[in-house]
Design a protein around this ligand. Structure first.
Ligand code: PEP
Ligand code: MG
Length: 584
C-alpha cells in the first residue's frame, strides 16, 4: 500500500479498479495577424468549426443510454445553446474582422472576456458555470487546431476501459455521459468544484467521483489498482490484500443497500409497529420538483425562497415571485408546499451585503431573516402577497425563519393579517386559513417552543442553525466545524422540547435541517418522537429504509433512558448502543 490521497468527494460509492489516465495537454493557441483579404475565409473557417462542434454534441445526445435520467440531456442541451449563442456564434467573427486575427486567437479573447464575467459573480454555483464556457470553447478550439475528436473519452462502441477509474485534469458533462455508457467505474479530476455540472451529473448517474485531487495524474500510474471512496474523497493506491477484501465487501453491501432503496421508493414510511412517518423534500428552485416526484416525497417541507433574490441587482417584484411560486404549486399537483419567507443576511447576503454595517461583526447574530423583513417591509410585503396569492391555487403553508422573540412573531403575524386584509379589499383570492409555522433555529425558541407554537400552526426544526447557535459554532467556519455535533446532549434536549411542544398542543412538528437527512440519526429522531422529516430528495430513500426497519415505541423507551441519565459517559454508551447495535 503506497499512499492515500484526499480530494473532494462529490458522488458517493466505493470503486475498485485499474487507473486509466487521460492526458489532454493544454491547448496552445496560436496568434497571428491576417491580411484583410483573408478575413472572410477565416470567418468561414470559424463557422465551420462551430457547426462541427454542434454536430459532435448531437452525436453524444444520440449516444445517451436509455437508462440515463431524463434531465441529463439538459446538460448537453446547455452546451448546444451556448454554441448557438451570439457570444460564441457572432462575437468571435467580429473580433476576427476588427482585429484581423486568426480564429483561434479571436475565440481565446472572447473566452477570456466571458470568464472574467463569471469570475466576478459572487454565487459559487454561477461561478462554476465558467467550466461550461471552457468545455464548449475547448471543443471548438480542438476542431480549429485539427486536434483529435474532442471527447476525452473514446467513442461508445470501443470501451477498452470498462471497469477502469478514469483520472483526468477535467471532464465535460458530455464526457461524463459517455463514461457511463462505456462502463467506467469512477472518475477523479484534478480541477472542478462540487457544484460543477460534471459533479452534479456524476451524482445523477451514480458514478462515484472525486474532484479537485491535485496532481492526481502525476501521483497515480496507468493500470495500477486503486480503491476510491466517492463520499469521503479519498483514494488508496496499491492496496494490500486485506484492504482489497474489506472494500470489496463494503461495495457489495452498498449494492445491496442500493437495491433495497430502489425497492422501497414506492413504499410508505411506516415503522414496524405501525407509526406512519411523513417524508417531505427540501427545494431551492422550481426545477427541483421532478426529483421530488421521482422519489415519492409527500410534499415540500422547506422551499428556500432566498435563492430567487440572490445574484441580481434588484429583488424580484410581487409578480415575479407570484409566478415562481405558482409554477411550484402547479408542478406539485396537489402536494403540500411549505414556502419559507426570505432568510437573507448572515451567509446569504444580497446586494453586496448592504445590510451589513461596519459594526456587524457577527452577521449570523445580526440583521437576518425575519429581523430584516420587519425592518424592510418593502422587501417583505411583496413576498407575503405573492405567497398568499399562490395559496389560492393549491395547498401552501408559510414558514417563518429564525424566530427568537415572541413580540417579533406577533408583529409578523400582524403584518400577515394586514396583507390579507389588503388582498381582500382588492378582491384578490387567497387561502384565508393558510397555515403559518415557525422554524426552531435559535435555542430561545426551542426552550419556549410551546409559547411560540401557541401563536402558530406548526413548527419545523432547523438543526443547521440550531446546532450553530446552541454550541456557538459558526457553521461555515472550517476551523471550528469539528465541534459541530448534532448528537450533543444539549442539542438533542432542545429537539426533544420542540417535539414535546407539538404533542402538548396537538400541532405538527417536523425537521428540515440536514440532521433529518442523515440515516445515522434517524433512529434517535424517531426515539425523540419526530414523525415529520424534510430533506433533499436524494436522501429520502436511505432515511425511509431505516424508518421501515425501526420500532417506534422501543426506540422511544431507549431514547428516554439515554436522555434522562445525568452521566455523560453513560449517555455516550447508550447513544453508541442506540446507533450501532440496536436492531429495531
Ligand atoms: C436550518 O437552519 O436547519 C435550515 C433548514 O435553514 P438554512 O439551512 O437554510 O439556514
Ligand atoms: Mg436556518
Amino acid at each position: 500500500m503506497t499512499f492515500a490521497q484526499l480530494g473532494t468527494g462529490v458522488s458517493k460509492g466505493i470503486a475498485i479498479g485499474p487507473v486509466h489516465i487521460l492526458y489532454r495537454d493544454e491547448l496552445e493557441i496560436p496568434e497571428y495577424a491576417l491580411p484583410e483579404k483573408f478575413v472572410p475565409d477565416e470567418q468561414i473557417r470559424y463557422t465551420a468549426a462551430l457547426i462541427l462542434a454542434r454536430q459532435q454534441l448531437h452525436d453524444i445526445l444520440s449516444h445517451i443510454p436509455a437508462n440515463t435520467p431524463a434531465d441529463i440531456a439538459e446538460f448537453i442541451d446547455t452546451h448546444l445553446l451556448m454554441l448557438n449563442d451570439s457570444a460564441l456564434a457572432r462575437i468571435p467573427l467580429e473580433i476576427i474582422a476588427n482585429q484581423r486575427c486568426n480564429a483561434e486567437w479571436a475565440l481565446k479573447l472572447q473566452r477570456d472576456a466571458l470568464v472574467r464575467v463569471f469570475d466576478a459573480m459572487e454565487d459559487p454555483y454561477l461561478r462554476t458555470r465558467r467550466d461550461d464556457v471552457d468545455h464548449v470553447v475547448n471543443s471548438i478550439q480542438r476542431i480549429l487546431l485539427n486536434g483529435p475528436v474532442h471527447h476525452g473519452v473514446q467513442p461508445a462502441q470501443e470501451h477498452p476501459h470498462s471497469g477502469h477509474i478514469l483520472v483526468a485534469d477535467d471532464l465535460s458533462p458530455a464526457d461524463t455521459v459517455l463514461m457511463q455508457h462505456q462502463g467506467i467505474a469512477a472518475f477523479i479530476t484534478e480541477t472542478g468544484g462540487p457544484t460543477s455540472h460534471t459533479a452534479i451529473l456524476a451524482r445523477s448517474l451514480g458514478i462515484p467521483a472525486i474532484i479537485g485531487l491535485h496532481r492526481a495524474r502525476d501521483l497515480l500510474r496507468d493500470d495500477e489498482t486503486i480503491i476510491l471512496d466517492g463520499q469521503q474523497g479519498w483514494v488508496l493506491a496499491n492496496p494490500d490484500e486485506y484492504s482489497l477484501q474489506f472494500y470489496h465487501q463494503k461495495r457489495r453491501q452498498e449494492h445491496i443497500q442500493y437495491l433495497e432503496s430502489v425497492k422501497n421508493r414506492d413504499l410508505p414510511a411506516v415503522t414496524q409497529d405501525g407509526e406512519t412517518i411523513k417524508l417531505m423534500a427540501n427545494i431551492e428552485l422550481p426545477t427541483d420538483i421532478d426529483a421530488v416526484h421521482n422519489i415519492g416525497a409527500q410534499g415540500i417541507g422547506l422551499y428556500r425562497t432566498e435563492f430567487l433574490f440572490m445574484n441580481r441587482i434588484s429583488p424580484p417584484d410581487e409578480e415575479e415571485q407570484f409566478r415562481t411560486y405558482l409554477e411550484v404549486v402547479e408542478k406539485l399537483k396537489g402536494k403540500l408546499l411549505t414556502i419559507r419567507t426570505i432568510d437573507l443576511g448572515a451567509d446569504k447576503q444580497v446586494d453586496g451585503g448592504r445590510h451589513q454595517t461596519a459594526t456587524t461583526t457577527n452577521p449570523a447574530l445580526g440583521l437576518r431573516a425575519v429581523r430584516l423583513c420587519l425592518k424592510e417591509p418593502a422587501l417583505f410585503i411583496p413576498q407575503l402577497r405573492a405567497i398568499l396569492r399562490a395559496s389560492a391555487c393549491g395547498p401552501v403553508r408559510i414558514l417563518l425563519p429564525m424566530l427568537s422573540n415572541i413580540n417579533e412573531l406577533k408583529l409578523i403575524l400582524e403584518l400577515i393579517n394586514d396583507t390579507k386584509a389588503r388582498l381582500t379589499e382588492q378582491g384578490i383570492p387567497f387561502d384565508d386559513d393558510i397555515a403559518i409555522g415557525g422554524m426552531i433555529e435559535v435555542p430561545a425558541a426551542a426552550i419556549k417552543a410551546r409559547m411560540f407554537l401557541h401563536h402558530l400552526d406548526f413548527l419545523s426544526i432547523g438543526t443547521n442553525d440550531l446546532i450553530q447557535y446552541t454550541l456557538a459554532i459558526d457553521r461555515i467556519d472550517e476551523e471550528v466545524n469539528y465541534l459541530y455535533d448534532p448528537l450533543n446532549p444539549a442539542v438533542l434536549h432542545l429537539i426533544a422540547l420542540s417535539i414535546e411542544a407539538g404533542k402538548s398542543l396537538s400541532k405538527p412538528v417536523g425537521m428540515c435541517g440536514e440532521m433529518a437527512a442523515d440515516p445515522r440519526f434517524t433512529r434517535i429522531l424517531l426515539g425523540l418522537g419526530l414523525t415529520e422529516f424534510s430533506m433533499h430528495a436524494s436522501s429520502l430513500s436511505g432515511v425511509k429504509q431505516v424508518i421501515n426497519n425501526s420500532h417506534f415505541t422501543q426506540l422511544s423507551a431507549e431514547t428516554q433512558k439515554m436522555m434522562s441519565t445525568p452521566d455523560y459517559d453513560e449517555f455516550l454508551t447508550l447513544l453508541h448502543r442506540f446507533q450501532y447495535t440496536s436492531r429495531h
